[in-house]
Design a protein around this ligand. Structure first.
Ligand code: PXP
Length: 264
C-alpha cells in the first residue's frame, strides 16, 4: 500500500496581509477551521525573529485552538526556543533565518551550526516536542540530522521549484541565485531532472535511516505532482501558492484543490 501524503498548510501569508496594515484583519486563526474542513492534515506557521507575519499571540491562539496538529517553524535562537518550549506545539521545525531574506533561502547548515542545533534540540526534547530539521536534500545533511537526534527532516524543494519556474516561463520562487538559472532550455531540463533526483535519493536515504521525511518550499499547483510521486515523502508543507490562490477562489477551494493534487 502506498504511504499517505499529509498536507501541511502554511498560513503565514494571511498574517503578511494583516501586517501590511497593522490591524487585526485577516485573522489567521479563522483559517484553522477552513483548512481542517477542506482536507489539510496540519497547520504550519513560522514565528520569525523579526515577527514580520505571525506574532507571539497568533502562535499562542493557533496552538490553543487548532484541531489539526501545529508545526511551528523556528530559528536556532535562544529567545525563540524558549517561546516555543512554552507554546508546546506538536512539532518544531528548525529553520535557518536571515533578516534580509524574502523567504527561507536554503536548508540549515547542519554541520556548521551543529552545536547550536544540538542545544536547541535538547531544550525542545526536554518538553517532548517532536523535532524536524529543514535541510537541503544532501546525504551529509541527513547524516548530521540523524546524529542530532531529529525525528524528521523536511527537504528543501526551493531549487527544484526555481528551475521549474524558469523552464515554464514563470518567475522563480526566490530570487536567490537566479543568475545561475539563466541557461538554455536543454540545460534547464537537465538541472530540473537532477534537482528532482537529488530530492528522490535524499528521501530514500533518510527513510532508510528511520527518519520521517517531509518536503516543502516553492511548491505550487503546477510543480507539486513530481514531488507527490516520491513515496518516501509523507508530508508536504505548502504556503504561498495556496494563500495566493485563495485570494481568487477562497481558502477552502484552494486547500481542496491542493489536497486533490496531493493524493496517491
Ligand atoms: N517549509 C518550510 C520549512 C518553510 O520555511 C516554508 C516557508 O515558510 C514552507 C515550507 C512553505 O513554503 P512556501 O510558502 O514557498 O510554500
Amino acid at each position: 500500500m502506498k504511504n499517505k501524503l499529509d498536507l501541511g498548510v502554511n498560513i503565514d501569508h494571511i498574517a503578511v496581509l494583516r501586517e501590511a496594515r497593522r490591524i487585526n484583519d485577516p485573522d489567521p486563526v479563522l483559517a484553522l477551521g477552513i483548512c481542517a474542513q477542506n482536507g489539510a492534515d496540519q497547520i504550519t506557521i513560522h514565528l520569525r525573529e523579526d515577527r514580520r507575519h505571525i506574532q507571539d499571540e497568533d502562535a499562542r491562539r493557533i496552538i490553543a485552538i487548532s484541531v489539526l496538529p501545529v508545526n511551528l517553524e523556528c530559528a536556532i535562537d535562544e529567545e525563540i526556543i524558549n517561546i516555543v518550549k512554552a507554546l508546546h506545539p506538536h512539532r518544531a521545525t528548525l529553520v535557518p533565518e536571515k533578516r534580509e531574506e524574502v523567504t527561507t533561502e536554503g536548508g540549515l547548515d547542519v554541520k556548521g551550526s551543529f552545536e547550536g542545533i544540538d542545544k536547541a534540540i535538547k531544550e525542545l526534547k526536554s518538553r517532548e516536542i517532536e523535532i524536524s530539521l529543514f535541510i537541503d536534500p544532501t546525504i551529509e545533511a541527513i547524516n548530521a540530522s540523524l546524529k542530532l537526534g531529529a525525528d524528521m527532516v523536511e527537504l528543501h524543494t526551493g531549487s527544484y521549484a526555481n528551475i521549474y519556474a524558469m523552464l515554464n516561463g514563470s518567475l522563480p520562487h526566490s530570487h536567490h541565485k537566479i543568475h545561475e538559472l539563466d541557461l538554455p532550455r536543454a540545460e534547464l531540463k537537465t538541472k530540473l531532472n537532477n534537482a528532482l533526483e537529488e530530492i528522490k535519493s535524499a528521501a530514500r536515504y533518510a527513510k532508510g535511516l528511520g527518519l520521517e521525511v517531509a518536503a516543502g518550499h516553492g511548491l505550487n499547483y503546477q510543480n507539486v505532482s513530481d514531488i507527490v510521486e516520491i513515496e518516501e515523502i509523507t508530508e508536504l508543507n505548502i504556503g504561498q501558492s495556496i494563500i495566493a490562490r485563495s485570494v481568487f477562489t477562497g481558502l477552502g477551494e484552494a486547500v481542496k484543490e491542493m489536497r486533490n493534487l496531493c493524493q496517491r
